[in-house]
Design a protein around this ligand. Sequence first.
Ligand SMILES: C=CC1=C(C)c2cc3[nH]c(cc4nc(cc5[nH]c(cc1n2)c(C)c5CCC(=O)O)C(CCC(=O)O)=C4C)c(C)c3C=C
Ligand SMILES: [Fe+2]
Ligand SMILES: [Fe+2]
Length: 388
Amino acid sequence: MLSRCNCFAEEKIGVLLLNLGGPETLDDVQPFLFNLFADPDIIRLPRLFRFLQRPLAKLISTFRAPKSKEGYASIGGGSPLRKITDEQANALKIALEKKKLNANIYVGMRYWYPFTEEAIDQIKKDNISKLVVLPLYPQYSISTSGSSIRVLQNVVKEDSYFSGLPISIIESWYQRDGYVKSMADLIEKELSAFSNPEEVMIFFSAHGVPLTYVQDAGDPYRDQMEDCISLIMGELRSRGILNGHTLAYQSRVGPVQWLKPYTDEVLVELGQNGVKSLLAVPVSFVSEHIETLEEIDMEYKELALESGIENWGRVPALGCTSTFISDLADAVVEALPSASALGTRKPEDTDSSMDLMHYLTKMFFGSILAFILLLSPRLVSAFRNTML
Ligand SMILES: C=CC1=C(C)c2cc3[nH]c(cc4nc(cc5[nH]c(cc1n2)c(C)c5CCC(=O)O)C(CCC(=O)O)=C4C)c(C)c3C=C
Ligand SMILES: [Fe+2]
Ligand SMILES: [Fe+2]
């Protein structure tokens, strides 16, 4: 397929949308969770312990699956992410055509079908000559966009077609005017559904990440999230909307500390402090998913009402909102001129004595792990209670 735009007339443009993916049926839940926890960007083990990644993923996914399945069962038996992302891809194609750019759009999911690797294979088969990579996360985190981009970078290192392909990666786009205005539009609309709009607390609920990501690994996620909220609030103020607002982080998993304040704790505090009307705004994701449909709409709503909040509202995810999709299309067009080859692989360290040490260490720690797991059901049950 050839571009119709004059400036890219000889090129075959591809746009790769990166997303998380979600289980489509309840049987998919455990293998989906396995893929998620097997990702070294999700459970960040020290290098020496990397060989434990897959056994640990197997263990955590097996224990977490029943609870997770309940969540997916309550939203209809699976994640809506694939369907919504496909709809966004179609809408983006049409929006690009309106801007005189003909492009193939590919969807690459990190943890479920269609996998990022499948999309990458298709891009090569289609012989795309310029690629824009657009993660469907407004803010960058090591655990989301970073992880998906890493899959692509690993392919680029190994494959001569990809190492020569001009690629432009849009790492984050929360600061774009079109996104900020689209979010403000949705908030303004939902505020007007309250009988007392000016008294409503605007409650931004972002997906959390473990605190170490930000403090030790330099994840820009929290800074970008705070910046994003101040841009949206600035836009609302420019429209004369002067409501109070709060940012909190939801969906923590496991025993470690995550970004604070936690959504559940703040909701209780707000209720206790006399807030009566609250508008929840999911802000780290642009599709409906289990954490909006189940966690916010069911769990947090119930908690808020129990805590004294009387009027509850929730802003929908952007989905295929036309101003938003049109802005994504602008982002793609703007990114094209800066596409460049990402380069080739550096030679690997092939020190064979290190390979042997690595193998022996693996065997040693692997045996200890197997021993603990087989002989200690009490430890397993303690793990279940604290980790999940
Ligand atoms: C910006 C969004 C997200 C960040 C940051 C993020 C980090 C992160 N997530 C987990 C663990 C789980 N996430 C799960 C589902 C899930 N996560 C996001 C988004 C972000 N995650 C979405 C949109 C979804 C839902 C997908 C869907 O099917 O609708 C799950 C599975 C669901 C469950 O069992 O709760 C887990 C587990 C970690 C550990 C993490 C950061 C390290
Ligand atoms: Fe998540
Ligand atoms: Fe989650």
